[in-house]
Design a protein around this ligand. Structure first.
Ligand code: NAD
Length: 239
């Protein structure tokens, strides 16, 4: 973990005041929630890319909901880990997440842009009305009171992100003194393109090289729960 020491030295040198934290599935891996890519990314031999799409839902809504009910069950039982908790210790960061698990909020982060939605919301496929839906559904696929199918209120592959989310995230990243990029493979666009907007110091935390490692000043090859707390400590020293 010599990179973590180099990254900490750079933070001490620059004393960043405005911080944006950009996270992906890897930040929640140590909470027991499988990532899409890497080991453990498969469910009943299906790839996420073949289930999280409008076409898959149109073809077989029951299969797609069974997968979501499995993931919702794992996430319901999961707890924020040391990385989520460290991020929540930062006084005023913007957290931009691709995750749908709500663990940043549960850890105490307050200013969060959820680029890809939230797994505990569902949306009427006809009326687009959303409902909070934390508990398991009685019937799969679940239906809206109007009789139409409900779908997870999640941005599927090929769909448009929530209005204003990319704009807010991009502006904050461009203006930040420090961008922390934690646990993302950097292959899901447009979210992955946000990293290129950074003008300040940028530090990635990921045990494996990702598509955006070389775009960051430092690539710390460690897990989120190991490397995030000491990096947050270094940021707090400069406050
Ligand atoms: P991804 O599955 O494509 O990549 C995960 C990345 O995390 C990999 O680069 C991997 O090396 C890294 N990683 C694995 N363990 C780690 C750890 N302990 N610490 C730090 N990094 C670790 O995930 P992605 O880039 O976020 O993109 C996939 C899409 O998957 C996103 O849009 C997201 O909505 C969705 N997703 C969300 C969740 C969740 O909400 N928890 C889980 C799986 C997938």
């Amino acid at each position: 973990m010599s990179e973590v020491h180099d990254a900490i030295a750079a933070i001490r040198n620059r004393r960043p005041q405005s911080v944006v934290v950009f996270t992906g599935a890897g930040v929640s891996a140590e909470s027991g929630i499988p990532t899409f890519r890497g080991s453990g990314g498969l469910w009943r031999n299906f790839r996420a890319e073949d289930l999280a799409t409008p076409a898959a839902f149109a073809r077989d809504p029951k299969l797609v909901w069974e997968w979501y009910e499995w993931r919702r069950g794992l996430i319901r039982e999961a707890q924020p880990n040391a990385a989520h908790r460290a991020i929540a210790r930062l006084p005023d960061p913007l957290v931009v997440t691709q995750n749908v698990d709500g663990l940043h909020e549960r850890a105490g982060s307050r200013d969060i842009v959820e680029l890809h939605g939230n797994i505990f919301r569902a949306r009427c496929a006809r009326e687009r009305k959303t409902i909070q839906a934390r508990e398991p559904f009685d019937e799969i696929p679940p239906r809206c009171t109007c009789g139409a199918l409900l779908r997870p209120d999640i941005v599927w592959f090929g769909e448009t992100l929530p209005a204003g989310a990319m704009e807010r995230a991009g502006a904050a990243i461009a203006a930040a003194d420090l961008l922390l990029v934690i646990g993302t493979s950097g292959v899901v666009y447009p979210a992955a393109g946000l990293v290129a907007l950074a003008r300040g110091l940028s530090i990635e935390i990921n045990p494996e090289a990702s598509s955006i490692s070389t775009a960051c000043h430092f690539a710390v090859t460690a897990t989120a729960a190991d490397a995030t707390p000491p990096i947050v400590d270094a940021i707090m020293e400069g406050r």
